[in-house]
Design a protein around this ligand. Sequence first.
Ligand SMILES: Nc1ncnc2c1ncn2[C@@H]1O[C@H](COP(=O)(O)OP(=O)(O)OP(=O)(O)O)[C@@H](O)[C@H]1O
Length: 512
Amino acid sequence: MLLAEVAATSDAVAATRSRLAKRAAIADLLRRAPADDVEIVVAYVAGELRQRRTGLGWRSLRDLPGPAEDPSLEVADVDATFAAMADLAGPGSATARAAAAAELFAAATEREQALLRGLVSGELRQGALDALVLDAVADAAGVPAPEVRRAAMFAGATGPVARAALAAAGPAEAVAALSGFMLTVGRAVRPMLAQSAPDVAAAFAKLPGGDVAVSVDVKLDGIRIQVHKAGDEVRVFTRSLDDITGRVPEIVEAVRALPAGALVLDGEALAVDAGGRPRPFQETASRSATRDADVAAAMTLTPFFFDCLHADGRDLVDAPLRERLEVLDAVAGPHVVTRLTTSDPAAAEEFFAAAVRDGQEGVVVKATDTPYEAGRRGAGWIKVKPRHTLDLVVLAVEWGSGRRRGWLSNIHLGARDPAGGFVMLGKTFKGMTDEMLAWQTERFLELETSRDEWAVHLRPEQVVEIAFDGLQRSTRYPGGLALRFARVLRYRDDKTAAEADTIDTVRTLAGL
Ligand SMILES: Nc1ncnc2c1ncn2[C@@H]1O[C@H](COP(=O)(O)OP(=O)(O)OP(=O)(O)O)[C@@H](O)[C@H]1O
């Protein structure tokens, strides 16, 4: 398929506010796409390249050749070009990448160049588009949308699901093909996410299902893990479905030692001290990222599980939490997260206070009668933390002075606006370690779009977790709100800007 056809659809989608019209335009494009191109088309129309990182800097896109007159680029060739760029490494790779980009852009028409720029910069990406594309796949294949969504959650991606549904001979065959995407031991599933509430009482009030007993879990501040066990074969995945099996041998060992033959467990990995108290998050994060055997040996991670999606042939995704927890206790006994089952908010409040005293991050209050909502911020899980944190996007950064001269230091923080763009809420240079300053200076220069005498402006991609003491009204910032005492807790590479907190969430926290 020609890239021009995708560019035309992308323009049509951007030009209308009607969700139905957007959906129809995408469905029409998908009907026309040859089977071998479907996965690429699905990615591009959702605003994404298929390569997570191409290594192509924004700046190399600034002075590119003028557009071609006529469209000639095939999506398959474009995808192959980006794949080749992503594979380049070592000296000279930046030059080779820039040359490949120049060649690609020279062959693109004006509209295609705009699409390519949007894909490389990530500017076209927004969470809402993913859902829209799934619905359009359903329309194009003539099947109910929930069937497609369900398949995508098990596949962990939209591409292969779209391809299977659209390659089927008719709707009945497509439904059959989609039902082939099931929980498979060894293949990661998008994890269920939580909503949040300011305190335990509010969490109770928010849960569906009235006053049946709820499960109040300790919220561990480690890294999310999903483990799959088939006999002696164990795989460990992160929240963003990266396979980190090779980096966490101690978790592999612990899971291998569990008696069940086949398991899919959801949980958190944490570095703990001899007394069982959690170590600071940074230690867990650096340990799980390292490939250095000495560092790995000096600190071990312990897995703690809070959910079970499969046990010995039994799929539990659709079973209520109550049932999943029974199985979890039976299969993972010593490695289960501490929890309290109660219908009494006062007891839950006490449990929360004790968890925080023990150095834990808070609790997750869970309805016991809801299924596992893979890939969604389900209504059945509500997290409560004692301190306020937000995941914001870095919009710009200022050069430091004094001790920080030469480093990019003071960051401008933005909340996502669901209508598009970001709303600035403040700045901070607090909480940054020297290691962070060095890392962020390099990272932000990669994201630079322009600079003026005050700041370096960035592509809005880097998510940062910010702690703050409260919100105040402000005439300085466009949202009318500013963070009080904002400080950096950590940079989050497991989240994209589309997953950052929204200005609506911030307004709710401010009681507006
Ligand atoms: N007992 C638990 N049950 C569910 N999630 C838990 C639990 N303990 C820790 N967690 C962590 O809390 C997260 C739930 O919050 P959410 O889904 O909003 O993800 P998040 O944005 O990564 O959250 P946060 O930054 O607050 O950890 C999970 O991703 C998981 O990593």
